[in-house]
Design a protein around this ligand. Structure first.
Ligand code: NAD
Length: 334
């Protein structure tokens, strides 16, 4: 059983508080800390937990801290926690800048403490349901559309929303990004609210991502096209669909799903359609628990600090590509 402290009890922090309680087999909650002491007091009373008067006391009392504060504060809070001897779970994005992320990677190595980053979509049932389906995409299409909400607009839609898909795409494509093209528009806030990015990987695979926070509907879809297969992930509905082509005489067809004969230019084939399900999952509880198991088993975190760095580095390349594109657009006031 690990002693855990929660830092930041705003919108998402309160959800984490409930999930830490559900993860009672691995965590004992020692208390919470929030710079808004009035809010912390109210939350402490509501949940019957201790509210710490300062960060240092909470770090002293805990073995693991869960950081759910605004992104601009992640660096200082995670640094203090690592220096204080705690393992860390930190919400995404890891930090605001790459320099900060590099310093935390170094500190994590020096202290031997784990840092897991909250790229929670890794624990989405739609993705988990893929199980051992072979994923080797040549083309990825990702759409993450959200209705406007002023929360999160302190950063661009790339760091706010697209970063979820960047982490997934980097994981699934399993290659380095060779080229980035992007464009974006600041519609309602001071930073881009809608961004489209085209990533080309070294192996030639392409990912086309769109993220918007000024949409009239919500959508989170990732579609993967590969030789002999099409995989569709609906991360909002937590459903996945796998369509695969098999040889007409294949003996390795899955038991589940439906199959149809199909005449193709490459001869007769079988098309197999499956909707694998992983069962109900509390993704936040699962990601928090996974850190406890990594600490116990002395294994790397499921979403490591290096994963958080890679997603952030790609987000910055996209932000630079958007800025470059914007600098070439005609001035509407000219
Ligand atoms: P929020 O503004 O609702 O809450 C943040 C809380 O942190 C506030 O109560 C604030 O008083 C407190 N705080 C600020 N600075 C602090 C500090 N130095 N020490 C302690 N407490 C401090 O924000 P939120 O929506 O809960 O977002 C928090 C984090 O979670 C952000 O990094 C955001 O990017 C991330 N987030 C992730 C997801 C996801 O899908 N994984 C979704 C939403 C937000």
């Amino acid at each position: 059983m690990l002693k855990i402290g929660l830092i930041g009890v705003g919108h998402l922090g309160k959800i984490h508080l409930k999930c830490i309680r559900l993860a009672r087999e691995v965590y004992e909650l020692v208390g919470i800390y929030d710079t808004d002491q009035e809010l912390a007091g109210r939350v402490a009373e509501e949940f019957g937990v201790k509210s710490f008067a300062n960060l240092e006391e909470l770090i002293d009392a805990a073995e693991v801290v869960d950081v759910v504060t605004p992104t601009s504060t992640h660096f200082a809070v995670v640094k203090a926690a690592l220096e204080g001897g705690c393992h860390v779970f930190v919400e995404k994005p890891l930090t605001e800048t790459l320099d900060e992320a590099e310093q935390l990677i170094e500190l994590s190595k020096q202290t031997g403490k784990l840092v897991q980053v909250g790229h929670v979509e890794r624990f989405n049932p739609a993705l988990l349901a893929l199980g051992d389906v072979k994923v080797q995409p040549y083309f990825i299409e990702a759409h993450r559309l959200a209705m406007f909400n002023p929360r999160g607009t302190d950063v661009s839609v790339i760091l706010d929303l697209m970063i979820h898909d960047l982490d997934i795409v980097l994981k699934l494509a399993n290659d380095e990004v060779a080229e980035v093209r992007a464009s974006g528009v600041a519609v309602l806030s001071n930073t881009p609210d809608i961004v489209n990015a085209r990533l080309e990987f070294r192996n030639g695979a392409v990912a086309n991502l769109t993220a918007s926070r000024v949409s009239l509907k919500n959508m989170r879809k990732v579609r993967l096209f590969q030789r002999d297969a099409y995989i569709s992930l609906d991360l909002l509905e937590k459903e996945s669909q796998v369509v695969r082509l098999f040889d007409a005489d294949a003996t390795d067809l899955p038991d589940r799903g439906q199959q149809f004969p199909l005449e193709t230019p490459r001869g007769p084939r079988i098309i197999h359609v499956d909707q694998p399900a992983s069962g109900p999952v509390n993704a936040i509880q699962m990601e928090l628990e996974s850190l406890a198991y990594s600490i116990r088993d002395e294994q790397p975190a499921a979403v490591s600090i290096e994963d958080g760095y890679r997603a952030l580095a790609l987000a910055q390349r996209i932000a630079e590509a958007v800025a470059d594109n914007q600098s070439r657009l005609p001035d509407p006031l000219a």
